[in-house]
Design a protein around this ligand. Structure first.
Ligand code: ATP
Ligand code: MG
Length: 236
């Protein structure tokens, strides 16, 4: 990947995170009127805006080597993400379900920051797809369903959004391909890259006006151990 691509990836991801933080700030302010009179609060908001501008102007390339591989509980991870998105979910009246077989652990190996990036992009797309669907009496929702199949953890992330044609599905992962006004077409290329790095298989199942499901199949435990051994060997 060349430097300008790394830069735009970095910009895209920082933008995603700052947008979420800004959402939380707005939510806190909305539920605590008195804050707008608070000098420190207003100062903090100004500083946040300056940081936003600064980052847009002077971006540094992402350090991709620093991510630590660790065992992660997918239910915790998805719950954390749901909290981060709570402002936008609430604003758009989108319900977010997490479904998993009771009593089953869903641990995967990965770098937390990478998995966060991957799911942020999928959730961001799901929210946008729902926003684009104009329908009266709709009950928009996003569902994450976790199961185990032949030693593999399978995660389905579904939305009730606008959906995609087969042609769109076949091109969506390419960098720069977007079917939305104002879209950069970067999100899914990042998802694909991270999935490749973490040996996660990913595919789309979608139909126009029906919604979209992304299926992620995580590597089986033994494969992960091989992967870790291989990574350790490389770092020695
Ligand atoms: N859940 C989804 N439902 C419907 N269409 C989707 C969904 N996810 C992705 N797409 C389609 O795939 C295209 C590519 O997605 P991608 O995330 O790469 O780019 P983007 O969302 O347009 O821009 P950005 O760079 O801001 O993420 C989108 O423009 C959208 O048309
Ligand atoms: Mg996107």
């Amino acid at each position: 990947m060349n430097n300008s691509q790394e830069l735009s990836t970095f910009s895209h991801e920082i933008n995603n995170s700052l947008t979420l933080i800004y959402g939380q700030i707005q939510y806190i302010e909305k539920t605590n009127d008195i804050l707008t009179q608070n000098e420190h609060w207003n100062r903090m908001k100004d500083d946040f805006s300056s940081l936003f501008d600064f980052i847009h102007q002077f971006l540094a390339p992402e350090d991709t080597t620093s991510a630590t591989i660790e065992p992660l509980d997918l239910i915790n991870l998805i719950s954390e993400l749901r909290s981060s998105w709570s402002y936008y979910l609430h604003k758009e009246r989108i319900r977010f379900f997490i479904q998993a077989d009771p009593g089953t652990a869903f641990y995967v190996y990965g770098a937390k920051s990478k998995l966060f990036q991957l799911f942020h992009n999928l959730i961001s797309n799901a929210v946008k797809a729902i926003q684009q669907k104009e329908e009266i009496n709709r009950s928009p929702h996003i569902t994450v369903h976790l199961s185990k199949e032949q030693g593999h953890i399978v995660l389905n992330l579904s939305d009730t959004g606008i959906g995609m044609t087969p042609e769109q599905q076949s091109r969506a992962f390419y960098r720069g391909v977007s079917f939305q006004p104002g879209g950069n077409g970067i999100g899914l290329s990042i998802v694909r890259k991270i999935a490749h790095e973490l040996h996660i298989k990913i595919h789309i199942d979608s139909a126009p006006n029906q919604g979209t499901t992304f299926t992620l199949i995580f590597p089986a435990y033994e494969q992960k151990l091989n992967y870790l051994t291989h990574t350790e060997a490389l770092t020695k």
